[in-house]
Structures are given as C-alpha cells and as structure tokens.
Design a protein around this ligand. Structure first.
Ligand SMILES: Nc1ncnc2c1ncn2[C@@H]1O[C@H](COP(=O)(O)OP(=O)(O)OP(=O)(O)O)[C@@H](O)[C@H]1O
Ligand SMILES: [Mg+2]
Length: 253
C-alpha cells in the first residue's frame, strides 16, 4: 500500500532519513516509534508529499508520488486522512464546522448529508454534544478527538496519525487507541501511527518500527520487540518502564 524505497532526506544539515526502505500492507496498523527529533513526522510527511525525498522513492499503491502530476497527486492525497501533530483545528470555527471542512472543500455532498456524516463521526469520537463549541472551549484531549474526526470524515483508505495520544491522560489515550483499533476492524483501514507512547504502540500495532539514526533499528510485532536482544531496543523499552520479556501482556483480541 505504501512503500519507501531507499529514501534519503537531509534537513537543516542533518541526514534525517538515511536510506529508509519499508512497506506497509493494506489493512495494517503500522506504528513508528522513536526518540524526539528522529524523523517520525518527516517520514509521515513523505507519504503525502508534504516533503519529497532527496534520493529514493515513495509509492502509494504502486504509484510513485514524487513524480505524480498535480492532478494525480490530488487524487492520491484524497485517499489519506491526516491527524496532524498538535491537532490543527481552525480556531474561528466550531468543532462541527472544522470536521465538515474536508467534505465542503473536496466533495459535492449535499448539506444535509454533510450534517449527518459530521454527526456520525463526532458520535464515534464521543463529541456529539460538543459540536457547536469552539476549539478554545474544549480540552486538549477533545481537540485531539476532533482532529481524529476530521481525519476520518471522508472515509479515507489510509489514515496518518501524528502523536494521537500525546498530552492526554492515560484513560483518554486508551480511548483513542480503541478508536484506531475499531476503525481497523470495522473498515479494514490502513493506519500509520507515529507515537511516543509505547503502551499504545504495543497494543494497537500489527507491526512496530523503531526509527533511530535515519533508519529503522527494528521492525516487528509487539512480541518481537519485547523479546529483542538488541540493546538499543531494550533501552528504548526500558525508558518507558517496559522491561524485557513478559512484563507487558498484549491485549487478547
Ligand atoms: N521543514 C524542516 N526544515 C528543517 N528541518 C526540519 C524540518 N522538518 C523537520 N526538520 C528537522 O528534522 C528532524 C526530524 O524532525 P521530525 O519532526 O520528523 O521529528 P520527530 O521524530 O517527529 O520528533 P517529535 O517526536 O519531537 O515530534 C529534526 O531535527 C527537525 O528539526
Ligand atoms: Mg513529530
């Protein structure tokens, strides 16, 4: 579904991505973890050509997005939902208006249909009663959920989540995890999740990738991570109070 082939990107004099290659399958939840500033957001941005590789290629369904024409690129981008780090809601619009925006801009759906769809996704994320509030009137966790509603409102094939649970209390964070899991189960959506939250990564990821030093140090299942003999992987797990082998039990589905 998404393929990186030997992608290199230097930013601010630093080789952020150094020959990164991987492939994400349709219907998969692929989680990217790693220390701050390693290039997780940069990796996501390459998937929708907000950034382009210095060398190497990025493919979406076999189509090289670096060489896509304006029209093709627009078409490719329409298949994505993007939850930006920080939420990025427009302050002067209500929650419902923010969520309706992609439908107003990108579709010719009738107003009643838009209202219905917006109501449904707000219900999904537990914000149906807050539809008419302004972003400044709701909490950080609610803003994240509103951003999530906006990312999925057009029923995309692929959703990119940049730090969906950061800054949230553990209970709200788990609600977001459940939403991501539920969408995968119900709609077979492909999700790429960037997170600092290893508990979240281990419970929702079909595969998890640890980005460090411009490349993936390890890509594998939660079990692969917990059983990894790699010292850097272990150090990363321990930094989040997850000790080797078995102190974390993967949620049984
Ligand atoms: N547009 C840009 N111009 C210059 N440097 C950039 C740009 N975007 C990112 N960088 C640099 O690239 C590196 C990786 O940034 P990125 O935002 O991908 O980190 P991250 O892994 O998402 O970190 P965090 O966990 O803090 O969000 C950083 O050193 C950052 O300063
Ligand atoms: Mg980031």
């Amino acid at each position: 579904m998404i393929k990186f082939d030997n992608v290199t990107k230097t930013l601010g004099g630093k080789a952020v991505l150094a020959g990164l290659s991987f492939e994400i399958k349709k219907g998969e939840t692929f989680v990217i973890v790693g220390p701050s500033g390693t290039g997780k957001s940069v990796t996501l941005k390459h998937m929708v050509r907000l950034l382009t590789p210095d060398e190497g290629d990025v493919y979406v369904d076999g189509e090289n997005i670096s060489t896509a024409s304006g029209h093709e690129l627009e078409h490719l981008r329409e298949r994505f939902g993007y939850l930006f780090q920080g939420g990025a809601l427009l302050a002067w619009m209500s929650i419902a208006e923010n969520v309706a925006l992609p439908l107003l801009e990108k579709t010719d759906m009738a107003c009643e249909k838009i209202d219905e769809r917006v109501h449904n996704v707000l219900e999904m994320v537990g914000l149906a009663d807050d539809a008419n509030k302004q972003p400044s009137e709701i909490s950080g966790g609610m803003r994240k959920r509103a951003g999530l509603a906006r990312a999925i409102v057009r029923d995309p094939d692929i959703v990119l989540y940049d730090e969906p649970t950061s800054g949230l209390d553990p209970v709200t964070a788990r609600t977001i995890d459940s939403l991501i899991e539920r969408m995968q189960q119900e709609t077979n959506i492909t999700s790429v999740v960037v997170t600092h939250d290893l508990h979240s990564a281990l419970s929702i990821g079909n595969r998890i990738a640890l980005l460090q030093g411009g490349n993936f140090l390890q890509v594998g299942t939660a079990e692969d991570f917990l059983n990894s003999e790699n010292e850097e992987v272990q150090a990363f797990l321990e930094s989040q109070f997850i000790t080797k082998r078995g102190s974390w039990e993967r949620k049984q589905k």
